[in-house]
Every structure is written in C-alpha cells, then in structure tokens.
Ligand binder design. Sequence first.
Ligand SMILES: Nc1ncnc2c1ncn2[C@@H]1O[C@H](COP(=O)(O)OP(=O)(O)OP(=O)(O)O)[C@@H](O)[C@H]1O
Ligand SMILES: [Mg+2]
Length: 217
Amino acid sequence: MAIVLFGGEKGGTGKTTLATNMAAMLALQGKDVMLLDTDRQGTASFWATVREETDTEPRIACVQKFGKGLVSQVRDLADRYDEIVIDAGGRDSAELRYALGVSDFAYIPIQPFQFDIWTLQQMNDLVDMAQGLNDNLQAFIVLNRASTNPAIQEETETRAFFEQEDFQNLTLMDSVLRDRISYRKAARDGLSVVEMKQDKKAIQEMTQLFKEVYGGN
Ligand SMILES: Nc1ncnc2c1ncn2[C@@H]1O[C@H](COP(=O)(O)OP(=O)(O)OP(=O)(O)O)[C@@H](O)[C@H]1O
Ligand SMILES: [Mg+2]
C-alpha cells in the first residue's frame, strides 16, 4: 500500500483531476481505496458524490479532512484501506504541508504554459523540509494540459529547463497529460477517463501515468 499525494501550491493545475482518475483506476483493479479530500473547495468530494448519486461502480470512499489532525487521521486510514489517494493544495495550505509529512509519494502537476521557476523552487524547498520529517517522501512533477499541437515545443522546453535547473528533490515524470476536453467531461460525471471510454488518447495518457505511479500491476 502507498499513501500518494496529488498536490501543489498553485491553483488549477490538475491535482483533483489526477487524484480522482488514479482513485478510480485503483478501484477498477479491485483495490479498497480511500480518496482523501483536504481541499476546502471540496472538488474531489463533489466528484465522489456525483459518482455515488449515479450509482457508478466501483464505489469509492471519499472523506474530507482538514487541519492538524490530518497526519494521525491519514495513518489511521492507512491501516484500513489498500491505497490512500490525497488531494491537497492551494496557496499556503497547511493541509499540503501535513500531507507531505505523511505521504510516500507526492505528484505535483504543472501546466507548461503556467509554470514558473519560483513555483518549482518553492515546491523543491517545501519537499526538502518535509523530507526532514518524513524519510519516505519522494516527489515528482507531472506535466498536465500540454498542448496537443505538435508544433508547440513546450514539453521539450520544459524538460530542457528542468535538466538545466536540477531541482534536487523533484523528478520530472515521463508521462504527460495533454489538454483534452474529455478530462473535463469525465470530472463532471464523476468518472475517470478510462470509464468514460470516449477518448483513446486520454485513456492512454492516464494509463501511462497510472503505470508510472503504481507500477505495471
Ligand atoms: N489535461 C487536461 N485537459 C483539459 N482540462 C483539464 C486537464 N486537467 C485539468 N483540466 C481542467 O482544469 C480545471 C482545473 O483542474 P483541477 O480541478 O484538476 O485542478 P486543481 O489543481 O485540483 O485545482 P484547484 O487548485 O482549484 O484545486 C478543471 O476544470 C479540469 O477539468
Ligand atoms: Mg482541486
């Protein structure tokens, strides 16, 4: 089992999209998964509610938790579930810091057109601090909403930039998710793109990410 966090300081980068898709894909493998929503906006919980109201199987347990008790609550949940997926973030979020303190893996989505060196440096420092308390923590950056237009070189540019800067605590993932309407549609319907079955490319991207996060099982 692993405690996996989808987080970051910046808003709207795809944290909830990734967390909900991973949770659904784990559940489709028969895993007993807890989706932990630590964001007061409640986007992941809303997704889980839509899923429940539409009687979508497999069922996914989702709870909202905030504040100081988060660390002990996550540890407690980890004893009761096969997998924990945490959605955390927002500027100066205490929940993101607590979640980093208790997670095994943190995945930080960034959008190639939106990222800046300051954000990455800040995440690098935050992970550094969290690793002082949590030996297990490994952190990764995942490119989300990259352009589907091959003429736009943003992926190559981001990779080159990353190599040059050499953030010590952040690894850039091979998987890339592109800007596709199906990610929005699936989110609205309480589904993963894999369950929506409408967009082969989105399914392929999300499956590759899933494999990179959870291994080839
Ligand atoms: N690859 C993608 N292609 C198209 N739309 C996307 C993609 N990823 C995310 N989105 C859309 O972008 C918006 C923000 O995504 P999401 O809610 O996952 O981000 P977030 O980081 O959780 O945001 P917040 O900081 O508000 O919690 C949503 O409307 C989502 O459907
Ligand atoms: Mg969110």
